[in-house]
Write a protein that binds this ligand. Structure first.
Ligand code: FE2
Length: 382
């Protein structure tokens, strides 16, 4: 069915206004010419662009536009060039809209959670995810939306983390190797010994960029305690903003410093805010890790005390039961989480026996690419 009204040229042809299913939207002539989907502009095979910004005439105007069914035909001058756009593509890429204004906003597909909201998310099995592509994509989509997913039935053998990684994307190798072990043997004669708990943190804030996704597989857990905890850091960050926008702003505005030099020949350093916002204010990621925070030297003297107060308040919020989703990982169980959004923690443990987790890192882009490809989106159209 054709849209109800013909397109209207506005601003002397420098733009046009069209009615789409979602409402009216304006598009600039320059933008439309640049995004021409035809073979002169886009390589039909790869979808990659064949023109550069210097090929665009800044005086480009629309001289005619008309709907043919659900396709918009647009003729440009100079050059008498014609493009055809599908209404669905225009609707998906319309930029003439009200934008989020609050710093720290998150896109609508992200489901921010408190502990009570995330308790009943499904736990998939390793074999089923291997065999059923639809289930694997749904599981990956849970990681995209909620920031984490769990599974059971992982191989109980060295290499398990890398096996689970094949379900998610491409392994990010670091100086800790392709995978790493978190292993503690509690000697029977020291039953009272407590393997220390770990505060909620994101891993490796001293890297640029930090690892995107972390996989932790449990291979042994004979101890008492040692529960795993996940916190939606984005939910906690938005709670901080709601409570004290200035505190949120300080953690986003000033760079912190992170360092790891615990291995000979390694000195990893990064300078980045604890709360990273995009240029349009979108909440992009967190770097929260007490053990790796170096001396902060990029905060003005007059702001330092307030910065510490903000940092401390954020840490207090992260530590409240409201945000702490706790569960015990049994052998063969794994958790996969977005390391820029989800903080992880470990409760202290005691008792004789072994606790052995094996982990690895995976880039986020492979996961997002698999999901976008499954939705049938062309790479250049996302
Ligand atoms: Fe960690």
């Amino acid at each position: 069915m054709s849209p109800p009204r013909p397109p209207r040229l506005i601003e002397d042809g420098a733009a046009l206004q069209v009615d789409l299913a979602e409402g009216a939207a304006r598009f600039h002539a320059l933008w439309l010419r640049d995004n021409d989907p035809g073979p002169k502009t886009r390589d039909p095979g790869s979808g990659q662009k064949r023109i550069g910004v210097c090929d665009l005439d800044l005086e480009t105007r629309i001289v005619a536009a008309a709907w043919e069914e659900d396709r918009l035909q647009v003729r440009f001058a100079p050059g008498d060039f014609t493009s055809v756009f599908e209404a669905g593509w225009l609707a998906a890429h319309a930029y003439d809209r009200v934008r989020p204004r609050t710093p720290g906003w998150t896109p609508s597909h992200l489901k921010l959670w408190e502990a009570k909201d995330a308790e009943n998310l499904p736990v998939e099995t390793f074999t089923r995810l291997r065999q059923d592509e639809t289930r694997r994509l749904a599981w990956l989509d849970q990681i995209r939306r909620y920031g984490f997913a769990r599974l059971s039935g992982a191989p109980l053998a060295d290499g398990a983390a890398l096996e689970v990684a094949t379900l998610v994307g491409f392994v990010r190798e670091t100086n800790y190797g392709r995978s790493f072990d978190v292993r503690v043997e509690v000697a029977a004669r020291n039953l009272a010994d407590t393997a220390l708990g770990l505060e909620a943190h994101t891993d490796n804030p001293y890297r640029d960029p930090p690892p995107g996704v972390q996989i932790l597989v449990c291979l042994a857990n004979a101890v008492t305690g040692g529960g795993s905890i996940l916190v939606d850091g984005f939910a906690a960050a938005q709670a901080l903003r709601a409570e004290d926008p200035d505190a949120f702003g300080r953690l986003a505005r000033y760079p912190a410093r992170f360092e790891y030099a615990g291995t000979p020949g390694v000195r990893l350093q990064a300078k980045a805010p604890m709360i990273a916002l995009g240029a349009d204010g979108e909440l992009l990621g967190l770097r929260i890790n007490n053990r790796s925070t170096a001396a902060l030297t990029d905060i003005p003297y007059d702001e330092m005390a307030a910065y510490y107060a903000a940092w401390r308040r954020f840490a207090e919020l992260i530590a409240t039961p409201r945000f702490r989703l706790g569960f015990r990982l049994e052998p063969g169980e794994a958790m996969v989480f977005d390391n820029l959004r989800i903080l992880h923690a470990r409760e202290a443990f005691t008792g004789a026996g072994a606790r052995w987790l094996q982990g690895c890192y995976v880039d986020r882009d492979g996961l997002y690419s698999a999901l976008a490809a499954a939705r049938g989106e062309r790479a250049w159209a996302t």
